[in-house]
Design a protein around this ligand. Structure first.
Ligand SMILES: Nc1nc2c(ncn2[C@@H]2O[C@H](COP(=O)(O)OP(=O)(O)OP(=O)(O)O)[C@@H](O)[C@H]2O)c(=O)[nH]1
Ligand SMILES: [Mg+2]
Ligand SMILES: [Zn+2]
Length: 295
């Protein structure tokens, strides 16, 4: 039988075959091959009892993310709260770049707009070329467009702990009844109320709720080579060919068209700052990391 992994908890995989859900273990051989089945994977299973089975193979993936750990996504909705916790532009831009690398469409969801105005945030990312949804789960506003965006797609929410991912999903699809948590007042961030990655069938699509993360962790994703980073900031594209030096790093060179566009307000300063910071970090990544992970 074929199905999709909709939930992964410590070595147990719930596989939805369309007719039923089977709780499966993966065949031992996966460990030797270094392949870890992910939520979102299409898999072949054999049934071992009424509700249980064994995963015997994982079908080729369209794409994969390390965090949140998901395969075969069409779109990644990055939830950013106006406050509590406040937006962290570097984290947002990092997630966007990794989504672009994996060829998953990144989109922004501005949340908690009852607490603070989020139009500047909305405009910043709209101008950079992304779909942005302006929402408030509390007042149930901006939800209809989001519901439409999920139709026929496999989507996932991503974002810091406490930004309101689970609350938003509950407001969108009340039947889900997901657990939500208080934002820690002291740290201004959530406490990881959601503990595992799970895909939910909603109408004509699937949506994953994911555990958030704190903005303080410098997270390991699939590393991006510094010379490729420019391609994962989509608003840079019109300016990339004009730089004076063909090997321009777009961080400090004279005659750089990216820097010129930033100075003219065509590229947001915060996006450029994120690019420079990521470039700096990528420069410190030893080559063997790429040899191992980007074959
Ligand atoms: N004022 C206000 N509070 C909200 C809104 N949405 C969520 N919250 C609150 O924010 C807190 C965190 O919400 P969650 O939905 O648990 O956040 P999460 O992103 O799922 O967090 P993790 O599961 O830890 O990653 C809860 O106390 C919610 O009630 C909103 O639109 N307005
Ligand atoms: Mg949650
Ligand atoms: Zn340049």
């Amino acid at each position: 039988m074929q199905g999709m992994i909709v939930k992964t908890i410590s070595g147990f995989y719930d596989v939805d075959t369309g007719d039923a859900i089977y709780t499966c273990r993966a065949r031992g051989v996966f460990r030797n091959e270094g392949l870890v089945p992910l939520t979102g994977d299409r898999v072949e299973i054999t049934q071992t009892s009424e509700h249980a089975g064994t995963i015997i193979s994982v079908l080729p993936r369209k794409n994969q993310l390390i965090r949140p750990p998901l395969a075969n996504l069409d779109q990644l909705l990055i939830v950013v709260s106006t406050t509590d916790p406040p937006p962290n532009y570097f984290v947002i831009d990092k997630i966007i770049a990794y989504a672009e690398l994996a060829e998953i469409e990144p989109m922004l969801v501005v949340s908690k707009t009852d607490l603070k105005d989020g139009t500047a945030l909305e405009q910043l990312y709209k101008k950079a070329g992304f779909s942005v949804f302006y929402t408030c789960a509390q007042q149930k506003s901006g939800l209809e467009d989001l519901r439409v965006a999920f139709t026929g797609k496999i989507s996932a929410f991503a974002g810091n702990s406490g930004v309101g991912k689970s609350t938003l999903l509950n407001a969108l699809f009340p039947k889900l009844c997901l657990q939500t948590g208080e934002t820690s007042k002291k740290l201004g961030r959530g406490r990881h109320t959601t503990r595992h990655v799970q895909l939910y069938r909603v109408g004509e699509g699937y949506i994953a709720d994911t555990p958030g993360f704190s903005s303080f962790e410098e997270e390991v994703q699939q590393p991006i080579r510094r010379e490729n980073l420019q391609f994962y900031f989509r608003e840079f594209a019109p300016y990339l060919t004009g730089c004076k030096f063909t090997s321009c790093s777009h961080t400090k060179e004279k005659g750089c068209k990216i820097i010129e566009a930033v100075d003219q307000g065509k590229i947001a300063a915060s996006r450029f700052e994120s690019y420079k910071k990521m470039y700096e970090l990528a420069s410190q990544t030893p080559d063997w990391v790429f040899d191992k992970k980007q074959r």
